[in-house]
Write a protein that binds this ligand. Structure first.
Ligand SMILES: Cc1cc2nc3c(=O)[nH]c(=O)nc-3n(C[C@H](O)[C@H](O)[C@H](O)COP(=O)(O)OP(=O)(O)OC[C@H]3O[C@@H](n4cnc5c(N)ncnc54)[C@H](O)[C@@H]3O)c2cc1C
Length: 484
């Protein structure tokens, strides 16, 4: 007779504490296989990059090191893996968190569900970070979110956790084991719950006081913001853990403004993912279908220049190069990058979304797509912001310290020129060795492009089809009397 086991399937929930699926599995007192499957899309789908796999790898290693729990690291398709496990074990149940993902994981989940149903194996899926399945609208969502986030944090009994876990044996069962074979790139935040806890602690105890002051600035935000996003996106820490720690800290400080702003964003995390959960077609089409007819064709040369950080507009190029190298840029600069591509370069938002996903270490489909559409101005319910990259540069990086880090070819320029190098006379260009070989001239006429965007984008908002769709979106995706 085959041994009876449960499977705990780790996906974007790479932690042990406050892990509902793991907790529920060990309540059954059956042995379990803790498993992560590195599926093919991590290397073939353009949303993903080796930086994501590195983060996942480090997260799994951290669990091994800190918790002594050895998660089976497998490679291949989920169905093949489950089939291989089934030849050796009788699977009592599969335990996992719900995933609000791209179409590729949605389709995979449908296939897994069908397979498990055919084999009469129950799939126990648990709500993740206050995002709910099968909602038709937002009535009562906020209250439900609060209730979830306020629940006690789950602390697992480590003795039981380790006693019931089956040690990794993938290879002996004919399943390919996954190893991250590249050299670790130290420019990216390293994955792991232990690092997430340290960041949370330093943020709450030392950095939160600077939060709002630095949030829009590309340089100071690197330390004044929490920097928890990749840890939240890959599940090294739950929102409940972060929110409850922030609530406790709030009691001991006099000025609560910064923590209040931070905690609102923890709610936005679920707010955006809930939108995607309820309308995942927004991976491909405008949430407001009225905008579809306005989308321009792709200009490949402009798109490449934007991706490479070679548009000739310093702040845009510096942000893109920072992202490529470190995987992080703050919210305001992300919004500016989208706005520049869509409004100034006149590219369709679909042409930029995968590239941004691949460079964001914290890529979270459910935040990413609704945010891109919002910043691209194709929701019809949010105020459209067309960010002027020169104004942003002067306001958010007045002494050009960020520009100097990422554009070394401009670092020797006086501040008066560094934000707008094209304003130099030919003699000054000669003096400072700025030419087409050192730094490109802007690939567009900024003023004309900005004017064109303002005229058209605001005109579009008045289109009857856009307005009609806006009513549908408000009814479905916003809490009564609020538009977030
Ligand atoms: C075009 C665009 C794409 C984005 N894509 C992602 C993404 O793929 N993954 C991602 O985590 N964030 C994304 N964001 C939101 C935001 O920029 C990042 O969450 C934030 O910059 C991460 O830094 P932090 O952890 O220091 O955030 P903090 O300011 O310290 O905030 C704490 C946490 O709250 C959440 N959060 C903060 N701001 C937002 C927001 N505006 N919307 C939703 N949740 C928020 C994040 O989980 C974040 O870690 C995107 C924003 C834009 C404009």
């Amino acid at each position: 007779m085959k041994p009876i086991v449960n499977i705990v399937w780790f996906k974007r929930d790479l932690r042990v504490s406050d892990h509902v699926a793991l907790h529920e599995a060990i309540q059954t007192d059956l042995p379990y296989i803790p498993i992560f499957i590195k599926e093919d899309f991590y290397t073939s789908d353009p949303h993903y990059d080796p930086r994501h796999l590195q983060f996942i790898w480090q997260s799994l290693k951290d669990i091994e090191l800190q918790q002594k729990l050895h998660i089976w690291r497998c490679e291949g398709s989920v169905l093949q893996t489950f089939k291989a496990l089934q030849t050796h074990y009788s699977i009592a149940g599969v335990y996992s968190h719900m995933e609000t993902g791209l179409s590729i994981t949605f389709d995979r989940d449908k296939a897994v569900k069908k397979y498990l149903q055919e084999h009469a194996i129950p799939w126990h899926e648990f709500e993740n970070n206050g995002v709910f399945r099968k909602r038709q609208n937002r009535n009562g969502w906020r209250e439900d979110w609060r209730a979830q986030i306020g629940r006690p944090i789950i602390h697992l009994d480590r003795d039981v956790l380790l006693r019931l876990a089956l040690p990794p044996a993938a290879t002996s069962l004919g399943i390919q084991e996954w190893t991250f074979k590249k050299a670790i790139n130290k420019n990216f935040q390293p994955g792991g719950s232990s690092r997430a806890q340290v960041l949370l602690k330093t943020f709450l105890e030392e950095r939160q006081g600077q939060y709002m002051q630095g949030i829009s600035k590309p340089l100071s935000s690197q330390t004044s913001c929490s920097r928890l996003s990749p840890y939240i996106a890959w599940g090294n820490i739950s929102i409940r853990q972060v929110y409850q720690a922030a609530t406790a800290r709030k009691k001991s400080i006099s000025s609560k403004r910064n923590l209040d702003a931070f905690m609102s964003r923890l709610r936005w995390q679920a707010h955006f993912i809930q939108k995607f959960e309820m309308e995942c077609a927004m991976e491909f089409r405008c949430v407001n279908r009225g905008f579809t007819k306005f989308l321009p064709p792709v200009d490949s040369a402009k798109l490449e220049a934007w991706k490479e950080g070679q548009t000739g507009v310093p702040l845009v190029d510096a942000c893109m190069r920072c992202l490529q190298k470190t995987g992080y840029i703050n919210f305001r600069m992300r919004a500016m990058l989208v706005s520049f591509a869509v409004h100034y370069l006149w590219l369709p938002w679909q042409s930029i979304s995968q590239h941004l996903a691949s460079v964001f270490l914290d890529f979270e489909p459910g935040i990413h797509y609704p945010q891109i559409q919002m910043q691209a101005g194709v929701t019809g319910i949010n105020t459209v912001r067309i960010y002027n990259p020169i104004k942003q540069s002067i306001e958010q990086d007045p002494d050009a310290s960020f520009l100097k880090v990422w554009l070394p070819e401009l670092a020797h320029l006086p501040i008066a020129f560094i934000h707008e190098p094209w304003k130099m006379s030919s003699m000054e260009r000669l003096m400072y060795s700025i030419n087409e070989h050192t730094y490109p001239a802007p690939i567009i006429d900024l003023e004309a492009a900005g004017r064109n965007a303002r005229d058209k984008v605001w005109q579009w908002q008045k289109d009857p089809a856009v307005r009609q769709e806006a009513f549908r979106i408000i009814a479905k995706h916003t809490t009564p009397a609020r538009v977030v």
